[in-house]
Design a protein around this ligand. Structure first.
Ligand code: XMP
Length: 604
């Protein structure tokens, strides 16, 4: 099959580029930026991705200069354009103006990648450096007000470069530009998910032979689709799945998964309840990292136990896994592949299977949206295909634990400083909470306090302004990495830690709020536009109450790298809060106004 290589220079959007190419029906792979030219000969075209560094900096990612002499069409995007120019003898320097966001490009040559475009196009820029001097053979084909060399080409050698990002949706005709490039490469449009399913089923049958397949499934999209594909390929009798209920899953999750599997004709899935073991090991544990480790280790123990009872003999069994393409690639975006999933795959018995070459990963070539489409084609119900991602440690990372009040040093002075500032600028005030949560600022992990803001009763509620205030607070005051809005009750005077670790009771309390939230956003058709909606339990009692607090954390995101807090319709939000208040056990309800960065999506 014809394919396109995307050389990855560490840009946020490398996967997006490969994904776009595939949507245009050409198979595309991500490769290391330094891949030798020799190994790229069989590709029909090469796309050089963006990247956060400067091409002239020491230790910045480079590429083999010979790639420009292979005679293969190349498209450089942002850093990719700059590295092409630099390697071919042109100059790159810091731009006089740094461009972030929308820009208009005047197209001076409507040929090659710009075939069929208008005289002016709306594009999306994000760069500090720019091309200062073109190498021989290259000419300008488009410019913006701030960037003369915004698009360049060497038509004869089929080398193209754009300073903007055609792969993001903000570039209106971005897909057309990539499509034009694919035409230039002459790659045949052979990549289709129907063809993928056919080929993969054949491969599975060949690989499994007379044996059987065992798989751990979480009820999420990837593992379910992988299981379903394997089952379709070799039949239900030889496919066995295991769903481990850690006690930290969502309310009714097991029943929902069971029902959805039944609907999809997915069979032979065993359910195992291991909750008691998790709760007893989490007894009196407060520290987030320790909790995570215990949950991961306990998962392995439970799994080991079940696998032993099932007596999987490596001579007869293969292990199926729902690994997808981004999980296999070590790029900026996916380096931190999730720990729990790795844990699942590291049990000794499973290690043995891996060593013996007995692991089968049918989705290893696919992106998430492709997995979803394959799922739909296989008849996996929508409630699973469109499911929000859920972390491996489950509600364990959404149930905060604390022993006693934990305020920053000079708490009162710091709080006063923030309040003076807020009062003067926005006429609002708030308070620092005596707990901490995880955040990410300047690429590093932080563990700091949330600041709870309170609005006057008659203040108009405005998400844009609240977003601005939130960013202002976290930028200005480094004791704080998260900003919350008080939704209920209207007035808070006294906040105290209500000592607590993970117990069945607390998880059940959280499950109730979480379940209500999930039902509510489905009912009001918000589920699709929200990317993920953690509901978080805080061990805080308000105004001498006996309950705890709950945080609503809906976000919008593209694959979790960055995220914006979701702006919910106020009327619905009020309804949701009323609903939560009907459940006994909650003293307060907060809304998380923090983007990522500076906050992470999860609290721990
Ligand atoms: P953060 O909190 O780092 O989360 O912004 C990014 C995405 O990863 C999910 N997440 C996890 N998923 N095991 C998982 O399977 C984990 O330990 C884990 N921690 C975070 C999180 O839900 C979000 O989608």
């Amino acid at each position: 099959m014809d394919k396109i290589a995307v050389l990855d220079f560490g840009g946020q959007y490398s996967h997006l580029i490969a994904n776009r190419v595939r949507r245009l029906n050409v198979y595309s792979e991500i490769l290391d930026s330094n891949t030798p030219a020799e190994s790229l000969k069989d590709y029909k075209g090469i796309i050089l991705s963006g990247g956060p560094q400067s091409v002239y900096e020491e230790n910045s990612p480079q590429c083999d200069p010979q790639i420009f002499y292979l005679g293969i069409p190349i498209l450089g995007i942002c850093y990719g354009l700059q590295i092409m120019v630099y390697k071919k003898g042109g100059k790159v320097s810091p731009g006089k103006v740094k461009e972030y966001g929308k820009a208009d490009i005047k197209i001076t040559k409507k040929e090659g990648i710009f075939e069929g475009l208008g005289a002016e196009e709306n594009v999306w820029m994000s760069h500090g450096d720019e091309v200062a001097q073109l190498p021989e053979g290259m000419e300008i084909i488009g410019s913006t007000d701030n960037c003369v060399n915004a698009a360049v080409a060497d038509f004869e050698k089929k080398l193209y470069g754009v300073q903007f990002h055609p792969e993001v949706t903000h570039t209106k005709n971005g897909m057309k530009i990539i499509d034009n490039f694919l035409n230039i490469t002459g790659a045949k449009r052979e990549w289709s998910l129907d063809a993928f399913i056919e080929t993969e089923m054949r491969t599975i049958r060949e690989k499994v032979g007379e044996n059987k397949v065992f798989m751990l499934i979480s009820g999420g999209v990837d593992s379910t689709v992988a299981y379903s594909l394997i089952q379709k390929a070799i039949g239900t009798e030889r496919t066995h799945g295991l769903f481990v209920d850690t006690g930290l899953i969502r309310q009714h999750e097991r029943e929902e998964v069971e029902q959805a599997y039944k609907k999809a004709g997915i069979e032979n899935v065993h359910f195992y309840y291991g909750g008691e073991k998790f709760f007893s090991r989490l007894d009196h544990v407060y520290e987030p990292e320790e909790k995570r480790k215990i949950i991961g280790d306990t998962f392995i123990d439970v799994q080991k136990h079940v696998v032993e009872t099932m007596g999987l003999n490596p001579d007869e069994w293969l292990l199926g896994q729902g690994t997808i393409y981004p999980d296999t690639i070590e790029t900026g975006g996916t380096k931190n592949a999730d720990k729990i999933k790795t844990h699942h795959n590291r049990v000794e018995q499973i290690e043995q299977l891996i060593k013996a070459g007995k692991v089968i990963e049918p989705l290893m070539q696919l992106y998430k949206d492709e997995v979803r489409t394959v799922g739909q084609k296989l008849g996996v119900p929508e409630e699973i295909v469109q499911r929000h991602p859920f972390p491996g440690p489950g509600l364990g990372v959404r149930c905060l634990c604390a022993m006693k009040d934990d305020y920053p040093e000079n708490h009162e002075a710091v709080e006063k400083e923030i309040n003076d500032y807020l009062h003067e600028k926005y006429d609002i005030n708030g308070q620092i909470l005596p707990i901490k949560s995880v955040g990410v600022q300047g690429d590093a992990r932080t563990y700091r306090h949330p600041f709870l803001i309170k609005l006057h009763k008659d203040t108009k509620r405005d998400w844009e302004l609240l977003g601005e205030i939130s960013t202002d607070i976290t930028n200005r005051f480094n004791t704080v990495n998260r900003v919350l809005l008080l939704l209920h009750p209207r007035g808070v005077m006294d906040v105290k830690v209500k000592p607590g670790y993970i117990t069945k009771d607390r998880i059940e309390l959280l499950q109730k709020a979480d379940y209500r939230v999930t039902q509510f956003i489905k009912y009001h058709k918000m589920y699709g536009e929200i990317w993920q909606f953690p509901t978080v339990l805080l061990p805080l009692s308000l105004n001498e109450g006996s309950g705890e607090c709950v945080v609503l954390r809906p976000i919008q995101s593209e694959e979790a790298m960055t995220a914006n807090f979701y702006r919910m319709n106020w009327k619905w939000l009020d309804e949701l809060v009323d609903g939560i208040n009907e459940t006994p056990g909650f003293d307060g309800v907060f809304y998380d106004l923090t983007n990522k960065p500076p906050g992470t999506i999860e609290w721990e």
